[in-house]
Design a protein around this ligand. Structure first.
Ligand code: NZQ
Ligand code: ZN
Length: 394
């Protein structure tokens, strides 16, 4: 077990009609002017944006708006947001949406706090010293950005997708009404559930230092997300299942399921970020498409963890060798992905990278990680290329 620091400064306001508290929560921040940042229009169509504005109006909070965030949010809109906010004197960013909107908001908040190019953070050229405050009204259970220290931005030229982690960007508050997620297309609900699972799985698959309490929390979370995802496949309006995955989204990526470990593996995320940058795929679906290949590739270096996962999470019966259980557990997770119509390889994901594109992704993935990535097995560029090849699904 490793020493750890667990920092979760985000106030969570959870449940039906929670968004009615937005105005009061923003006002309590003592800011002068707010940017309401949102995506491609789902919050306009659902009427949520109107309710948020009414709540701000009621509290006398002044605001401006900027929509247009796309999945795999772009740096160009971040720059546009920074300029707009400078001109308007904005000192608080309210993200109304999912991971993409929240991450774009965090990037704007970093960009406003310091007089330097914000991309330098994502490009590992410097560390942030400051960040404006961000608040969240969450509309999709997935990325966990509503409580995480992370944001992921894609540079338009070359499709370079990069994450930057720093505790100073953790949102001040997160408003979570599970009912708001009932309008999600089934593909986004399922993709979100995979991302939630993966944030805990990335932390779970490590041979270095574990803690029984953390493992038990992680295993409970994974089982709950899988059973809730199946309920939502058949009954998308089920409030309790929506609530389970929404809360799991936050707990899976706020650090709780990594306490006492070495920080986890996160190679699957690194591999997916290159696929998202190059092919603009939904993040969770991309993770599902690569995970099985990653798991089989690293299995020998971390067999006891895969065997425990198989028995405690996937319900594989005792008996047989650890390796046999581990392989059955991987197959069972892929079967779960298929059951919620998620892909288990790139062909099913709908992409067919050439050998040259695979090499480019492996090279960029390795470079983004400073050469090596992973804990279950430390991967180098040649390992990443091999996993991509295994995941083609041809
Ligand atoms: O843009 P709109 O019209 O709102 O539509 C969105 C978008 O098309 C739609 N949507 C969201 N809420 C909805 C809804 N449609 C109907 N009803 C609703 N209530 O869903 C689509 C996906 O939205 P997006 O925000 O992209 O989803 P998600 O939360 O999965 O975020 C994905 C992004 O987060 C990054 C990913 O890489 C990706 O760029 N991640 C961020 C992390 C973090 N900051 O901690 C960690 C993750 O590992 C991840 O990398
Ligand atoms: Zn993720």
């Amino acid at each position: 077990m490793f020493n750890f620091s667990y920092y979760t400064p985000t106030q969570v306001v959870f449940g039906r009609d929670a968004e009615a508290h937005t105005g009061a929560l923003v006002k309590a921040q003592g800011c002068k002017k707010v940017l309401i940042h949102y995506g491609g229009g789902s919050v306009v169509r659902s009427g949520l944006l109107g309710r948020i504005k009414a709540s701000l109006d009621k509290e006398g909070v002044t605001y401006i708006e900027l929509g247009g965030v796309v999945p795999n949010p772009r740096l160009s809109l971040v720059y546009q947001g920074i300029e707009l906010c400078k001109k308007e004197g904005v000192d608080f960013i309210l993200a109304v949406g999912g991971g993409s909107v929240i991450d774009s908001s965090k990037a704007i908040a970093y960009g406003l706090a310091e007089d330097a190019d914000v991309w330098e953070l994502y490009d590992r050229a410097r560390q942030a010293k400051a960040c404006l405050p961000v608040g969240v009204v969450l509309t999709i259970a997935a990325a966990g950005s509503e409580m995480s220290n992370s944001s992921v931005i894609t540079k338009d030229e070359g499709g370079v997708k990069r994450g930057y982690n720093n505790d100073i960007c953790r949102p001040r508050f997160a408003i979570m009404n599970p009912e708001l997620t009932a309008t999600l297309p089934p593909y986004q609900t399922a993709s979100g559930c995979v991302d939630i699972l993966m944030h805990t799985m990335e932390r779970y698959f490590t041979p270095n230092g574990t803690m029984d309490l953390t493992d038990s929390l992680a295993e409970g979370l994974m089982r709950t997300v899988m059973s809730s995802a199946k309920i939502l496949r058949d009954d998308p309006k089920n409030y309790n299942a929506r609530a389970e995955v929404m809360w799991a989204s936050s707990l899976s990526h706020n650090g709780l399921t990594g306490c006492g470990t070495d920080g986890g593996d996160f190679a699957t995320h690194g591999l997916e970020h290159e696929m998202g940058g190059m092919f603009d795929v939904a993040h969770g679906a991309g993770l599902a498409a690569i995970w099985g290949s990653w798991a089989r590739y690293v299995l020998e270096s971390c067999t006891p963890r895969f065997a425990r996962f198989a028995r405690k999470v996937m319900g594989i019966a005792d008996g047989g060798t650890e390796r046999e259980a581990a392989l059955q557990g991987i197959a069972a997770m892929e079967e779960f992905f298929r059951s919620i119509e998620m892909p288990t390889n790139m062909k099913e994901l709908g992409i067919a990278p050439s050998e040259e594109e695979l090499r480019t992704m492996a090279h960029m993935c390795s470079a983004a990680a400073g050469g090596k990535k992973g804990s279950a097995k430390v991967l180098e560029e040649r390992d990443m290329l091999e996993i991509y090849r295994m995941a083609l699904g041809e």
